[in-house]
Design a protein around this ligand. Sequence first.
Ligand SMILES: Nc1nc2c(ncn2[C@@H]2O[C@H](COP(=O)(O)OP(=O)(O)OP(=O)(O)O)[C@@H](O)[C@H]2O)c(=O)[nH]1
Ligand SMILES: [Mg+2]
Length: 193
Amino acid sequence: MVIKSSEFTISATKPSQYPNDNLPQIVLVGKSNVGKSSFINSMINRKKLARTSSEPGKTRLINFYKINNSFYFVDLPGYGFSKMSKEEQSKVGNFIEEYLKKCKNISLVIFLIDIRHNPTEDDKLMYNYIINQNLPCIIIANKADKIAITKVDDVVSNLQNNLNPLHDLTFLPFSSERKIYTEKVWEEIENKF
Ligand SMILES: Nc1nc2c(ncn2[C@@H]2O[C@H](COP(=O)(O)OP(=O)(O)OP(=O)(O)O)[C@@H](O)[C@H]2O)c(=O)[nH]1
Ligand SMILES: [Mg+2]
């Protein structure tokens, strides 16, 4: 994918604020700090379009970024950030659930899981939710630079055996640090247009 333009469009908390131009939306889902905002920057070769932080809980709203005037990357807040107040956690949970339920233009959910850890209980709840809603989804084992490159394929296939024993979904490694797996992810995205 050649990136000709990328721009922030809107931060939303409710459906009336989502863009209404019917362009396809590619949405990033995963726990806080797993690297959703960094993933977007890395895919579009921008350092700071989506705001990132080493502290979890950076993204608190639903942020829409329009790419090439032809689709959106949608950056959701992360779940499972224990330092956030219960009230704030449930507010964020509601944004995510409402978006996934009500947005009619989701072409693909990109679900990020940290390659170093087993899926958390929240990851499993989210995974089941996405599958039950029949949303098209790929799973990304992120921060692949954090483990030895020789182990990456085995860890990704163990993750798939754990979450998706039927092997009917695509699982791929990714690293925003190393940018070595971006082409495969672009192929998956382009397949959905
Ligand atoms: N080593 C490594 N670090 C990464 C990678 N992706 C993101 N990070 C780091 O992880 C931290 C969190 O990244 P973000 O992109 O802000 O994470 P997020 O999922 O958007 O977090 P929330 O907005 O809190 O939900 C930052 O310090 C990033 O630099 C990666 O592939 N490898
Ligand atoms: Mg973020």
